[in-house]
Write a protein that binds this ligand. Structure first.
Ligand SMILES: [Zn+2]
Length: 466
C-alpha cells in the first residue's frame, strides 16, 4: 500500500463528526485538525508513515491495523494506545533487522499460540511479545498519596492503608504478562524452526519505569529473584524483558501535539534517551549485546545514579520521594519509619511538570551501610530524618530553578497554539458554503467539512482526549 492510500484509508475509517454518536480518539486529529489548520495533524502523519514502513515488510499490515484502530470507540481509547505500543516496537524491530526481515504473528498453524513478531539482528533470530498496559486512569490516580511499587508485606501494606490514600502496584500486571508470554513462547518453541529464537517481552510503560523494574528485580519479591512472589513457576522460557519508557509520548502527542526528550517522531525509539531498560532473566539464556544495543537498551544497574530507576518499595508522589530497602531494617522499626516518612513528606512540593520523572530515592540499606557499626535503629531514624529533609530541600530547589521555567514556556506555547486553532476554526466556520473548503479538499465547503464537522464544537486542544 502506498503512503497516500494509507492516509486515505485512515481518514475514511475514522468516523467524522457528521453523526453525533460516532466518537473516536483520533476524530479530532484526523478530521477537525485538518479542517482548522489546513494540514494533517503530526500524529496522523507519523502513524501513516510508520504503517507505510511496516507494510513494506509485512504486506497487509497497514490495513489490518487501521481496521483495528478504527474499531475502538472513544471509551476504549486505551486500546488505541495499545496498538500504538505494538507499532512502536515493530518499527524499531523492522529498522534494525537484517534485510527488513520481520514476521508479524509468526506461527505454523492458525490454532497455534504465538508471539507478536519474529525478526533477526546480525543473524540472531528472536521472537517478541509486546504488552502495553492501560495506565491512563492509573497515572492520574497515583498523583496523590503513596504508590506501592513492589510487593509489600501484608502488615506494611495495611499500615499504609490505614494512614494514607494508597495506589497499589502494577506488579500483578507484570506477572500476568510474564505468565502469558511464557505460555505463548512455550507453544512457539515446540516448532523446530523457532526453538532457538531468543524470547523477549516488551512492556511499553510510561516515563515512570521504576515500578515494573521493581516488580521484576526488587530484591525482596521481584519476579526474577529467588524471593519471587509468584510461587508457581520461575520463568525460564523468557530470556529477558524490555521496559520501554514511552507511553506518555503518545498522550503528549495526542493532547498537545508535542513530544519530550528529543523525540521527533512518536513511533521511533531514540537510543540516546534511555528508551528501554533491559532486564535479563537470570533463569533464561543470556541475550546477546548486539540485540540489546540495537534496541538502545540499557541495563538498569548502569543508571542507578538516576534515582528513578532504582527498585523502590513505595513512592510518595506529593513530595516525589521514594523509599527502598524497607526489608533491610528490623520488623519492629517498619512502623516508625513509615510514621517518620509520612510526617515529614506529607507536604506537597509544587511541581510544574508533574509527568516528568523527578524522584529522589532514599535507600534505607545504604543509610544502614553508612552508619557506624553497632549503631542502633534510633540512629537510623535520625539519619533518615536528616536525609529526607535534605532531599526535600534539593527537590524544592530543582523545582524552583528549572521546572518553573519549563512549565511556563510549555504553557505559553500550548495557549498560543490553542488560541490560534480556535481563531482559525471560527473564521472558517464563517466561510461561505459554496466556497472551496478550507481543508483544501476538492469539494466546496458545504459538501465537505461542513457535513463532516456538523457535530463538532471547538474544545480546548488539550480536552480532545479523556
Ligand atoms: Zn473540507
Amino acid at each position: 500500500m502506498g503512503y497516500d492510500e494509507i492516509v486515505q484509508l485512515l481518514e475514511s475509517k475514522i468516523p467524522d463528526y457528521s453523526k453525533s454518536s460516532e466518537l473516536h480518539l483520533l476524530q479530532f486529529h484526523v478530521h477537525a485538525y485538518k479542517f482548522i489548520a489546513g494540514k494533517r495533524h503530526p500524529m496522523v502523519v507519523m502513524l501513516c508513515k510508520a504503517l507505510f514502513n511496516l507494510d513494506q515488510c509485512m504486506q497487509g499490515y497497514a490495513e489490518t491495523m487501521i481496521e483495528r484502530i478504527a474499531s475502538f470507540n472513544k471509551k476504549n481509547f486505551e486500546q488505541v494506545i495499545q496498538v500504538f505500543g505494538e507499532i512502536h516496537v515493530l518499527m524499531r524491530a523492522s529498522i534494525v533487522s537484517d534485510n527488513k526481515f520481520i514476521v508479524s504473528e509468526p506461527r505454523k498453524k492458525k490454532t497455534d499460540k504465538n508471539p507478536e513478531l519474529r525478526s533477526v539482528i546480525n543473524g540472531l533470530f528472536y521472537a517478541a511479545e509486546v504488552k502495553t498496559p492501560q495506565l491512563f486512569r492509573y497515572s492520574n490516580q497515583r498523583q496523590s498519596g503513596f504508590q506501592i511499587t513492589s510487593q509489600l508485606s501484608v502488615e506494611n501494606f495495611d499500615f499504609l492503608k490505614i494512614n494514607e490514600k494508597i495506589v497499589t502496584s502494577r506488579v500483578l500486571t507484570v506477572r500476568d504478562y510474564l505468565v502469558s508470554a511464557e505460555e505463548k513462547f512455550k507453544a512457539y518453541t515446540e516448532n523446530d524452526e523457532y526453538k532457538n529464537d531468543f524470547r523477549l517481552l516488551f512492556i511499553v510503560w510510561d516515563d515512570y519505569i521504576n515500578e515494573p523494574i521493581s516488580a521484576l528485580v526488587g530484591p525482596y519479591s521481584g519476579l526474577f529473584t529467588e524471593n519471587s512472589f509468584h510461587n508457581e513457576s520461575n520463568f525460564s522460557i523468557i530470556d529477558g524483558v524490555f521496559i520501554v519508557r514511552h507511553q506518555h509520548q503518545f498522550y503528549r502527542m495526542l493532547q498537545y501535539g508535542e513530544l519530550v526528550n528529543s523525540y521527533t517522531d512518536v513511533f521511533q525509539f531514540v537510543k540516546e534517551q534511555f528508551p528501554a531498560a533491559f532486564i535479563q532473566n537470570p533463569y533464561g539464556r543470556k541475550v546477546p549485546e548486539s540485540i540489546l544495543l540495537n534496541f538502545g537498551a540499557i541495563n538498569p544497574n548502569d543508571v542507578f545514579y538516576l534515582a528513578e530507576y532504582q527498585t523502590t518499595d513505595f513512592v510518595d508522589w506529593r513530595s516525589g520521594i521514594a523509599l527502598s530497602g524497607l526489608n533491610s531494617i528490623s520488623q519492629e522499626y517498619h512502623q516508625r519509619v513509615f510514621n517518620l516518612f509520612k510526617d515529614l513528606v506529607s507536604e506537597r512540593i509544587e511541581r510544574y511538570i508533574n509527568d516528568i520523572a523527578l524522584f529522589s530515592n532514599i535507600n534505607l540499606s545504604k543509610i544502614m551501610e553508612n552508619l557506624e557499626q553497632g549503631s542502633d535503629n534510633d540512629v537510623l531514624l535520625e539519619k533518615l530524618k536528616k536525609t529526607i529533609f535534605s532531599v526535600i530541600r534539593v527537590q524544592q530547589h530543582q523545582v524552583e530553578d528549572r521546572e518553573k521555567k519549563n512549565w511556563e514556556s510549555y504553557n505559553k506555547k500550548r495557549e498560543m497554539l490553542n488560541g490560534h486553532l480556535k481563531d482559525l476554526y471560527h473564521q472558517k466556520k464563517k466561510s461561505e458554503l459554496e466556497h472551496p473548503c478550507p481543508c483544501g479538499g476538492k469539494d466546496i465547503y458545504e459538501n465537505c467539512c461542513f457535513i463532516k464537522l456538523s457535530n463538532y464544537n471547538y474544545v480546548s486542544y488539550s480536552d480532545s482526549i479523556g
